[in-house]
Design a protein around this ligand. Structure first.
Ligand code: FE
Length: 176
């Protein structure tokens, strides 16, 4: 039988440059991804009110940028049951999964946790004589709604959000 083994010295000289190239590609990819996400985050925070007005509908602008609230039982997602992901309507950051959505009876789309805790920020809200916890998008600062401590297990939280602050991205092969 013919010997097809490659001498180990030859193999080493072939593999070493390949490993180095792969290493440099990984480092460059990581640096690029990190730089892109930083630029993206900074850019959204720098968008002026006038620019947001052009990007959003009047209702979206009122809710996301002026901390408005849509009337209960009027939004497009409070009784929405398709499988998929809810993103921020302003910057499109992924926020909540349909797997964590539940029927709260409040008339607003309700979730018990965000997809990634880093995608939302919770800030104290003392408006209208109430003490509430406001939920904002961590990337663009858009107002999404409020979070309350009367949600279901496993978190016990109820993220009570405005439909107009969200966009739904349907999961492939999902049935209505
Ligand atoms: Fe956002």
């Amino acid at each position: 039988m013919k010997d097809i083994s490659i001498p180990s010295a030859n193999l080493r000289t072939t593999l070493q440059p390949m490993r180095k190239t792969a290493f440099y590609i990984s480092v460059l990819t990581l640096a690029y991804t990190s730089a892109c996400s930083q630029i993206q985050n900074q850019d959204f925070k720098k968008i002026s009110d006038a620019e947001w007005k052009k990007k959003l509908t009047p209702t979206q602008y009122h809710i996301l940028r002026e901390k408005g609230t849509e009337r209960a039982f009027t939004g497009k997602y409070y009784a929405h049951h398709e499988k998929g992901t809810y993103t921020c309507a302003a910057c499109k950051q992924e926020l909540f999964s349909s797997d964590t959505k539940f029927e709260s009876g409040s008339g607003w789309p309700s979730f018990f946790k965000p997809t990634d805790q880093k995608s939302v920020k919770v800030v104290p809200d003392r408006s209208y004589g109430m003490i509430r916890e406001e939920v904002v998008c961590s990337r663009c600062g858009g107002h999404l709604g409020h979070v309350f401590n009367d949600g279901p297990a496993p978190t016990g939280l109820r993220y009570c959000l405005n439909s107009e602050a969200l966009l739904f991205v349907k999961e492939k092969n999902s049935k209505p």
